[in-house]
Design a protein around this ligand. Structure first.
Ligand code: SAM
Length: 284
């Protein structure tokens, strides 16, 4: 055996934790957290309850992608020295709208073994129960908080045929649904999945118009943790515009924003406004 052989590095375990119901903690997650040298947690105070509940005495240190580059280096150094490290976030699967990307990327670049311990994830739990097409879907994470940026982001996915999945804060749920209604149209189906795995779990679907009215009328629906799932853009019959219709739309789009061009184009061509809107977005 060569005397230059490198000592084995440790393993970085990426461990999912429950999104509300502690019974969703998988046995392999408990075992891993009990046996690693250190737990890198998004918020050590938040995770203390979970760790105490499962009698996990492993020391935890705070890890956040952006707050502390030095922390990433420290953890990588420990892994390279042969220690095993577990990464957890406050809830669910790390890296899914949660910290961990920088650590995982850096570990893999250094040839460190990265092992996922799968478990709860709010968007997958929501998708599994929403009854929307699940063969193709796009996870959009959190939308921007400001309305102009949010509308812009929604417009960029309005023509996407895949089911769209968003995370949203409860105090923005109503305005986000309203923006979705104006961008996707009142008829598009949406499912609101709230407080999954918890006492007040609610999963309700309907048209955007119906769901805006429902959430507006019941302030309880504006509380807790929420996943929004939106049906993909409907497939258009007559997906091809005639050469004359294309000419009209191109002229309008030269001087007008997409929404206005679609509205005027609909009056000129007799085609549906939403269809022209989606068509115009695909041309960009
Ligand atoms: N990493 C987590 C995961 O795997 O789902 C997501 C973390 S992200 C910071 C938190 C967001 O996830 C919440 O604002 C909410 O949109 C969604 N979420 C988390 N737990 C949820 C639950 N029990 N029910 C519904 N949505 C939830």
């Amino acid at each position: 055996m060569s005397t230059l052989a490198r000592a084995p590095t440790g393993t970085l375990y990426v461990v999912a934790t429950p999104i509300g119901n502690l019974d969703d903690m998988v046995p392999r997650a408990i075992q891993t957290l009990q046996t690693v040298a250190v737990i890198a947690a998004e918020d050590t105070r938040h995770s203390a309850r979970l760790l105490a509940h499962f009698d996990i005495k492993t020391p935890a240190i705070a890890y956040h992608d952006h707050s502390d580059e030095h922390r990433t280096e420290q953890l990588i150094a420990r892994l390279l020295a042969g220690e095993d490290v577990a990464l957890i976030s406050d809830a669910g699967t790390p890296l899914v709208s949660d910290p961990g990307y920088r650590l995982v990327r850096s570990a893999r670049q250094q040839g460190i073994r990265v092992v996922p311990i799968p478990g709860a994830c709010a968007m997958i739990a929501a998708l599994s129960a929403a009854g929307l097409a699940s063969d193709r879907f796009a996870f959009e994470g959190f939308l921007p908080a400001k309305q102009v940026a949010r509308t812009h982001q929604l417009e960029s996915v309005a023509g996407d045929a895949r089911t769209l999945i968003f995370y949203e804060a409860p105090h923005r749920i109503l305005e986000t649904l309203q923006d979705m209604e104006s961008v996707f149209g009142a008829e598009r189906e949406v499912v609101v999945a709230r407080e999954l795995t918890k006492t007040f779990e609610t999963i309700k679907g309907g048209s955007l118009a119906e769901m805006v009215a429902w959430v507006a009328a019941d302030s309880n629906q504006q509380r807790g943790e929420i996943v929004l799932l939106v049906q993909g853009a409907p497939k258009q019959e007559n997906a091809d515009l005639s050469p004359e219709q294309i000419r009209v739309m191109k002229v309008l789009l030269e001087d007008l924003p997409v929404k206005q061009a679609a509205a005027i184009g609909a009056k000129i061509t007799g085609l549906k406004k939403n269809f022209l809107y989606d068509w115009a977005l695909k041309q960009e």
